[in-house]
Design a protein around this ligand. Structure first.
Ligand code: HEC
Length: 205
């Protein structure tokens, strides 16, 4: 009986340490994170776009977390500076991702701001990147004889446009692109204040 009590106590202690290290400490670390000055909340169109980013599984192939130089040459790839917790303030759930079958998209709004390009690329990635293995998303578009008022016509390279017809973007496609355009974490982030070190406060000098 004594051994069972020791075993249970040992298991509980190990479990307690693990919860403290993996749940409690990280929670305390990020609980007072504030949004950086340059970060705007998502608009309702961008939020709908974000939902279809999740629904269409974009997160399975694209990360949203440019890494530090010591982990990967993301800065040289043009994917932007290392992100900080505040950059994800409005992201619930966050879409960090773990697979990089395609490029990181945290700053795609800066590298590729064109609505036309994004719509064309979602309709047919191979129209822009011949060897792309990204799936096409034809159900976000409609093939028609002519566009109605307010509809956005997708401008495709001639070889990829359906003959005698036009491709128009459904509202889901437009919202998704608005979300991609909003992915911009290029504003500057100041390094955190060296905490508790006296004499480092420039304003007080
Ligand atoms: C099977 C994996 C896969 C999935 C799923 C996927 N992509 Fe991609 N994506 C790629 C690859 C590979 C590339 C690089 C080639 C290219 O540009 O087509 C890419 C490129 C991109 C680019 C251009 C990035 C750049 O830096 O030029 C954007 C934007 C993009 N994807 C958005 C999306 C969106 C939005 C979705 C969901 C609707 C999605 N992707 C789903 C694999 C994927």
């Amino acid at each position: 009986m004594e051994n069972e009590a020791k075993l249970t106590a040992g298991a509980m202690t190990t479990f307690g340490i693990a919860v403290a290290a993996l749940v409690v400490l990280p929670y305390i670390q990020v609980s007072d994170v504030q949004p950086p000055d340059g970060l705007k909340p998502y608009t309702s169109a961008e939020t709908r776009g974000r939902d279809s980013y999740i629904a269409n599984g974009c997160v399975y192939c694209h990360t949203q977390q440019p890494r530090d130089r010591s982990f990967a040459p993301d800065a040289e790839r043009g994917w932007g500076r290392v992100t900080t917790p505040g950059d994800y303030y409005y992201d619930k759930p966050h879409l960090l991702g773990s697979m990089r079958t395609g490029p990181d998209l945290m700053n795609i709004g800066v590298r590729q701001p064109s609505m036309d390009w994004h719509l064309g690329h979602l309709y047919q990635p191979r129209a822009y990147v011949p060897d792309s293995i990204m799936p096409s998303y034809p159900y976000l578009f409609e093939i028609k004889d002519e566009a109605e008022d307010g509809e956005i016509i997708v401008r495709l390279p001639p070889k990829f446009a359906p003959e005698g017809k036009i491709v128009v973007a459904r509202p889901e496609a437009v919202d998704l692109v608005k979300y991609l355009q909003s992915l911009d974490r290029s504003y500057p982030i100041l390094p955190p204040d060296p905490q508790g070190v006296e004499g480092t406060d420039k304003a007080a000098e």
